[in-house]
Design a protein around this ligand. Structure first.
Ligand SMILES: C[S@@+](CC[C@H](N)C(=O)[O-])C[C@H]1O[C@@H](n2cnc3c(N)ncnc32)[C@H](O)[C@@H]1O
Length: 379
């Protein structure tokens, strides 16, 4: 089927299916992490909800989210939390002429018969007309409420850093943002080379707000994604930003960014993500060269083995809590950190001791572990 015909019949492409599957995973984890929490009400917002299902019956984000809710409450009937499921899309259906996309979504959701603690709200407004209202409503969440928001536009003109900052400002919202990195990367390169490139207005605004006066590293798309991740952390002032890479074709990426203020929730998300990586054979391995190569030439500075070793070299002494936090902030789990520490210990580069200076038996890499351990650089 040609691309034009695909568009006419609305057939989800491989990278869109991958994105929706990542989104569904996040929703599953979010619901299960919060199942045993004291929170009483969750808001799940999909602000670019789509058609519901494509021409082949593949689920869009809206129905994937609805199925995740149904699955969760079927398996976990003791969870009596209230859910407000807000779905928005202003578009007209290209599959069923005369229907709005959101009416099609409603039809599929009605068939699903969601449990009665789930209230679904439908809207067909332009994002730009409702976002300030959404931010205002989320800023009024009380201490027993939380929200997860999905932003999945065509392109990136609505993915403005200021709006993302506003959405996260209450400290109670987690956000998933899909970004077509391959297009953004191409247009950034063009806008940086050609001052008269007027079509690049949105990307120029995005880059100049997020990177301020710095020039983004665009030598490849992965470097560009990592730069965006780093700048988001600084700009938004939130500790946890994770990325799912979706490779469209060789070295052409889309990315799903996950923003969170919550340490425990973020750790659970990372566990689930690494479980998928382990299954796919892209799991974590210690990079011995980062430890043994004293010249540090040819070393990937984004490599976690290198980063952790550098942190210990720089600070010379770190507690188990600091090491645990460093791992999470760099999107790695305690089991990865343990592997690196084991290797450094074996190579005689670090000493592990208790606060009394005695040899320690373990690293105790958990948040707020009652045992305190010191990792120090061996000089
Ligand atoms: C990339 S699609 C997202 C699809 C959906 N999340 C899915 O999984 O299929 C973008 C959607 O944004 C909708 N859209 C277009 N302009 C919009 C706007 N100004 N505000 C909100 N949604 C818009 C389109 O109708 C389209 O369904």
């Amino acid at each position: 089927m040609s691309k034009v015909a695909d568009k006419k019949v609305y057939r989800l492409k491989q990278h869109s299916l991958a994105k929706i599957s990542c989104y569904r995973n996040y929703v599953d984890i979010y619901l299960s992490v919060l199942a045993n929490s004291p929170f009483e009400k969750l808001y799940l917002l999909d602000l670019f909800a789509g058609e519901g299902k494509d021409i082949d019956g593949n689920l869009c984000s809206s129905i994937s989210g609805a199925e995740a809710l149904k699955r969760h409450f079927t398996h976990c009937p003791e969870d009596r939390k209230k859910i407000v499921f807000f779905l928005n899309d202003p578009g007209n259906s290209v599959i069923e002429k005369g229907l709005k996309k959101i009416d099609r979504v409603k039809k599929f959701i009605d068939e699903l018969q969601l449990p009665e603690n789930v209230t679904v709200k439908y809207s067909s407004e332009n994002f730009e007309d409702i976002i300030d209202g959404v931010v205002k409503r989320l800023s009024q969440l009380n201490s027993r409420e939380r929200a997860l928001c999905f932003i999945d536009p065509f392109g990136y003109k609505y993915s403005k850093p200021e709006k993302i900052r506003d959405l996260l400002a209450n400290g109670k919202t987690e956000l998933l943002l899909f970004m077509p990195i391959c297009f953004m990367h191409r247009f950034t390169a063009k806008a940086m080379k050609d001052e008269d490139y007027t079509e690049g207005r949105h990307i120029e605004e995005f880059v100049s707000i997020l990177f301020e006066k710095q020039i983004p590293d665009i030598h490849n798309q992965v470097a560009f994604i990592k730069g965006i991740q780093k700048q988001f952390k600084t700009y938004l002032g939130i500790p946890f930003v994770d990325i799912m890479y979706i490779e469209k074709e060789k070295s052409q990426f889309f990315a799903l960014f996950f923003f969170s203020n919550n340490k425990k929730g973020f750790q659970k998300m990372l566990e689930a993500k690494w479980a998928i990586d382990d299954q796919n054979g892209h799991g974590f391995t210690v990079n011995k060269a980062a430890i043994t190569n004293t010249l540090f030439d040819n070393i990937d500075h984004e490599d976690y083995t290198y980063q952790l070793y550098e942190e210990i070299r720089k600070k010379e002494v770190l507690s188990n809590q600091e090491i645990f936090d460093f791992g999470l902030n760099n999107n790695h789990l305690p089991k990865h950190t343990k592997k690196v520490l084991d290797e450094l210990k074996r190579d005689g580069k670090i000493i592990i001791s208790t606060s009394n200076g005695e040899a320690a038996l373990g690293y105790y890499l958990e948040d707020n572990h009652n045992k305190k351990i010191i990792v120090s650089l061996k000089k």
